[in-house]
Each structure stands twice: as structure tokens, then as C-alpha cells.
Design a protein around this ligand. Structure first.
Ligand code: BV8
Length: 246
């Protein structure tokens, strides 16, 4: 199997998607039997859907919280932890996954581009997002305890970036700064387990290529954007990533 050269000058930016958690038992989005086959994305993962039916949205995320809490990181997650320990600040992991499995595996330099399943925030007030593993299976829409009574009482919502919402600017800036630092030395980009359908994450490969970086993709099958990568390794990330970096 082709393997990337990682020397003392190399900066590695990793982008992961749902495929990396598939071997932990977490369903992907766009595969057969994926989440978007059973749920309309505009109903459960958009601000308009939440305004229309917050009960449905909380049921969807409650089910996912309950399922993810029972899952454990797999060898793909652990291989990225080992790579980070080797590279230190020359490593950054940008994940589209909200399941928290990278951090549970031990990854520290992590940017959760699409938020976190086990964090909630108020839909109305400026209260800081907070850790929350609550499951609302009975149709409850949780209320914010901080703005209640001050006239702008609002429901809590999952701390997730929904379609049509803007990703956190400090997260995007952290990734862009890493690309700049790596481009000044030797930059390697690895995407794993992602179909390359969702922007801005799907555009990262083009940014890295524009900066002169080498681009790798590990995926169970060739996705539509495979031609935008310099190297493609077909296979399950839980098997391929430990072989690449083990
Ligand atoms: C925004 C909720 C600014 C979280 C998610 C540019 C061009 C076109 C459109 C746009 C554009 N820029 C912005 C857009 C609009 C939109 C977008 O991208 N639309 C697409 C669909 C065309 N983007 C946005 O709205 C973003 N916001 O840009 O703000 C803005 C705003 C308004 C107006 C202008 C600008 C916000 C995007 C946030 C999306 N949030 N979901 C949740 O509940 O989890 S997206 C959802 O998709 C998940 O977060 C997920 O992480 C993400 C990406 O999916 P993947 O991870 O790739 O998963 P998928 O199932 O697709 O693929 C899995 C792959 O793994 C498969 O290929 C499979 O073969 C493989 N696989 C399976 N098993 C394995 C495996 N591989 C390896 N090993 C295995 N074992």
C-alpha cells in the first residue's frame, strides 16, 4: 500500500467524516441506510426545521445521543491519536463528526467543524454552550434556565451547525492558519471517510492544493470528488489508517 512520507518538516491536516465512525457503529449520512434516507435533512438539521418542529429535532438528536454514548472509538480514531502524539503542533484534526469519538480516543488538537452532539445551547440568549448528554425521548423540548423569566425565554437546541448556518469563524481561522503554516514547510492533507458533499469542509482539498500541499483520501469507495485528490486508498478507515501511520 502506498504510504505518505512524513518527515520532521511535514505538517499534517486531517479531515474526517462519518465513515471514520462507521466501524464504531454510528450510521453515516449518505450511504444506503444512512441517516438522510430515514430523515429529511431540512426537517431535522436546519434552523427552519427546528422552528417548525423542535420536538422532532430533539427526538432525532436524542436518539443519536443515546446511540453514540454506547459506541467506542475504533482503530481509525486511535491511529490518528498516535500520529498526533508523533507530530505535536504539526498536526491538526478537523472533523465533521459531532459524535465526540476523536476526543474520547485521546485526540487533542481537534476542530469540531459541525459542533458536538453532547453540547447544547440556548436558541435565543447568549449563554455559552454547555456539556449536555440529556435524552428527550418523551417529546420534551428543554427550556433555557438562564433566560427564562427575563422576557426572552427560549428553547435549548443541540450545539450543531445545521445546513444554512455559518461555521464558527475561529474554527475556520484555526484551520486556515494551519494550512498557511504547513504551506511554508511541507503540507500533507488527509481526508478520511467523507463523501465530499458538504461545504465548506469539502472545499478544504482545493485550498490545500492551492497552497501546494499533497492530498490523500481514504474512503470505503471512490466518492464523486475523488479526482481532486493526488492519492486515493480504497478501504475501511479502521483498517487503512493504522496501516498508514502505524
Ligand atoms: C455554510 C448536521 C455559510 C450535523 C451537517 C458551496 C457549494 C455548494 C453548497 C454550499 C457551498 N457552501 C455552502 C453550501 C451549502 C451547504 C452545503 O454544503 N450544501 C451541500 C449539501 C451542497 N453548507 C452549509 O449550509 C454549511 N454552512 O456554508 O455557511 C453560508 C450559509 C448560508 C448561505 C451561504 C453561506 C453548513 C454545513 C453543515 C452541515 N451539517 N449535519 C449533524 O447532525 O451531524 S452535514 C452532515 O454531513 C454531517 O455533519 C457530516 O459530517 C457531513 C458530511 O458528510 P460525511 O461526513 O461526508 O458523511 P457521508 O455519509 O456523506 O459520507 C460518508 C463516506 O464515508 C461515504 O463516502 C462512505 O463511502 C464512506 N465510508 C463508509 N464507511 C466507511 C467509509 N469510509 C471509510 N471507512 C469506512 N468504514
Amino acid at each position: 500500500m502506498e504510504r505518505p512520507v512524513i518527515d520532521d518538516d511535514t505538517f499534517v491536516l486531517v479531515l474526517t467524516g462519518a465513515g471514520v465512525s462507521a466501524e464504531s457503529g454510528i450510521p453515516t449520512f449518505r450511504d444506503a441506510n444512512g441517516l438522510w434516507e430515514r430523515h429529511r435533512v431540512e426537517d431535522v438539521a436546519s434552523p427552519e426545521g427546528f422552528r417548525r418542529d423542535p420536538t422532532l429535532v430533539w427526538r432525532f438528536y436524542s436518539q443519536r445521543r443515546a446511540a453514540a454514548a454506547g459506541c467506542a472509538p475504533n482503530p481509525g480514531h486511535h491511529a490518528l491519536v498516535a500520529l498526533e502524539r508523533r507530530l505535536g503542533d504539526r498536526f491538526l484534526l478537523a472533523t465533521q463528526n459531532v459524535d465526540g469519538l476523536h476526543r474520547r480516543a485521546g485526540s487533542e488538537r481537534v476542530v469540531e467543524l459541525h459542533g458536538n452532539l453532547f453540547t447544547s445551547r440556548c436558541a435565543c440568549c447568549r449563554r455559552a454552550p454547555f456539556a449536555d448528554a440529556s435524552v428527550y425521548a418523551d417529546g420534551t423540548v428543554p427550556a433555557c434556565t438562564e433566560c427564562q423569566g427575563r422576557g426572552d425565554f427560549g428553547p435549548l437546541r443541540p450545539h450543531i451547525v445545521w445546513f444554512g448556518e455559518i461555521l464558527a469563524s475561529d474554527d475556520l481561522e484555526r484551520v486556515a492558519a494551519f494550512v498557511d503554516r504547513g504551506a511554508a514547510r511541507r503540507l500533507l492533507f488527509l481526508a478520511a471517510g467523507t463523501s465530499g458533499n458538504v461545504y465548506p469542509a469539502a472545499g478544504l482539498v482545493d485550498e490545500v492544493r492551492g497552497a501546494g500541499g499533497d492530498t490523500w483520501l481514504v474512503n470505503a469507495e471512490p466518492p464523486a470528488n475523488v479526482a481532486r485528490f493526488d492519492h486515493f486508498i480504497e478501504g475501511p478507515s479502521g483498517v487503512v489508517l493504522p496501516r498508514l501511520f502505524g
